[in-house]
Structures are given as structure tokens and as C-alpha cells.
Design a binder for this molecule. Structure first.
Ligand SMILES: C[S@@+](CC[C@H](N)C(=O)[O-])C[C@H]1O[C@@H](n2cnc3c(N)ncnc32)[C@H](O)[C@@H]1O
Ligand code: SF4
Length: 226
């Protein structure tokens, strides 16, 4: 099977859904994973520093969301499912008819907790970071149970939620893209390849294929496998 890769710089073009008046929030300061190129590690934990911040309160979420039509719970230093208030945030977003985007890679929450979040969900999209075949994604996403998260993503999709499978290309997964494409079709989610530009010199995670190496002088670029 041949794979068509279409270059897409997502900051330049609106994605599906209203992109205007969008805010990207770190709604926590915590994460159970230890992805080596994350700002948590590079800017704080590797230097022996604590990641600053706190879990956003319901009151704070209410206040901020009055000013935006799209709210993205991704952030740069944390994972949104770490905040115990996330189910309430989802209900608040729905009550205000906001377009809510959630980017997560953390898998420790019980299935029941995720189902509750999906039940409450209104307009928006969930993006799950599973880098490689679910059985292998923990090689970068240290502490992640990729097979569990793939199942959670399939539940969200079966409940009618638009889901994106975000797949950062690394050396250990660069030859598994066709299989992942099939697995994404099986559960009706879109596979989105991310070409990382965060590799260090002689980085063992760097893909061998140059087309999967991002330019370190540019912002992260996204690609879609179709
Ligand atoms: C701090 S994370 C927050 C969201 C969530 N915890 C996650 O990892 O998807 C912010 C973004 O950094 C991305 N990211 C992590 N490691 C990366 C890498 N090596 N190269 C490019 N992007 C990376 C994540 O996939 C996510 O989209
Ligand atoms: S899951 Fe996201 S926030 Fe957590 S360490 Fe990985 S990249 Fe950072």
C-alpha cells in the first residue's frame, strides 16, 4: 500500500471547527508520563526544578471561557486529564456551546472516568498521543499504556466523538505507519503524523528516513496520512 503524505502547517490553516478566538490552556501542572523532549523534562525536571503552576479551578475555567469560542486543553507542560475537574470543565464548555479540543497522552484513568467525560462532551475533538503501534508507544511515552489508550480512543470514536490519533514519527515506529493507518480506519479515527523537530545530536529516537525529520529552525510541522 502506498502512503500519501500531505504537508500541513496547522498554524497557518484553520482545522475543522472554529479556530478564531481560541485559547490553549495548561489546565494542570502535572503529568504521569516522562516524554523526554517535553518542556516539562527539558525546562524543569531535567534541571531538578519543580514544574510550576496548579490545577485550574472550576471558577477560573468559568471566568476564562467567557472570553473564547474555542478552548484547547493541551498546553505545553502538562496533560489535561490530570485535572480532576476535567469532567466539570467539559460540562461547562458544553453549556456555553464552546468548541473544546482536548489533547492527551495519559492512560492511567479508569475506562469509566473516560466514558463519563465522553458522555458529557459537546462540540469539539479529542486528540490522543500514541506514538507508534499501541504496543510500542511507551518507548517514547514513558509510563503510557498505549493499548489501553487505543481502546479508550475507540470508545470515544464509537460514541460519535471526532478523534485524532497523533503519531510522532520516531526511529522505532517509522516503519509501522501503514499498519497504524489500518488500525485507525478500523476504529474510524484520523491518523495524524507529526514530524518532530525536537531531536538532539545523535538522538537514537531520530527516524532514519529524512522525510520524517523536522527542520529544527522551524516550528513543529504536522502531516496527515490518508
Ligand atoms: C505538553 S504536551 C500536552 C498535551 C499532552 N500531554 C500530549 O502529550 O499530547 C504538548 C504537545 O507536545 C507534543 N510533543 C511531545 N513530545 C514531542 C516531540 N518529541 N516532538 C514534537 N512534539 C512533541 C505533544 O504530542 C503535544 O501535542
Ligand atoms: S504526555 Fe504530554 S505533558 Fe506529559 S510528559 Fe508527555 S508530552 Fe509532556
Amino acid at each position: 500500500m502506498s502512503l500519501k503524505i500531505r504537508k500541513k502547517v496547522w498554524r497557518d490553516k484553520p482545522r475543522v471547527g472554529p479556530e478564531t478566538n481560541n485559547i490553549n490552556l495548561d489546565i494542570s501542572h502535572r503529568c504521569t508520563l516522562l516524554c523526554s523532549a517535553c518542556g516539562r523534562q527539558r525546562d524543569y525536571l531535567d534541571k531538578g526544578l519543580k514544574v510550576p503552576g496548579h490545577d485550574m479551578t472550576i471558577e477560573e475555567f468559568h471566568k476564562i471561557t467567557d472570553f473564547f469560542s474555542t478552548v484547547t486543553c493541551c498546553g505545553q507542560r502538562s496533560d489535561p486529564v490530570m485535572n480532576n475537574n476535567l469532567p466539570q470543565f467539559i460540562s461547562i464548555a458544553k453549556s456555553k456551546d464552546l468548541y473544546l479540543q482536548i489533547n492527551t497522552a495519559v492512560s492511567h484513568r479508569p475506562e469509566k472516568w473516560f466514558r463519563d467525560c465522553f458522555d458529557r462532551f459537546g462540540r469539539g475533538r479529542w486528540t490522543f498521543g500514541i506514538d507508534g503501534l499501541p504496543k510500542d508507544s511507551h518507548k517514547y511515552r514513558i509510563n503510557q499504556d498505549g493499548e489501553k489508550l487505543y481502546k479508550i480512543m475507540s470508545i470515544a470514536s464509537s460514541m460519535g466523538i471526532e478523534c485524532v490519533w497523533q503519531y510522532i514519527v520516531f526511529r522505532y515506529n517509522e516503519n509501522d505507519i501503514e499498519e497504524a493507518t489500518r488500525m485507525s480506519k478500523d476504529i474510524n479515527v484520523r491518523l495524524e503524523l507529526q514530524i518532530s523537530n525536537r531531536f538532539l545530536e545523535n538522538d537514537p529516537l531520530r527516524p532514519l528516513n529524512p522525510k520524517y525529520n523536522g527542520d529544527k529552525n522551524s516550528e513543529d510541522q504536522r502531516y496527515i496520512a490518508s
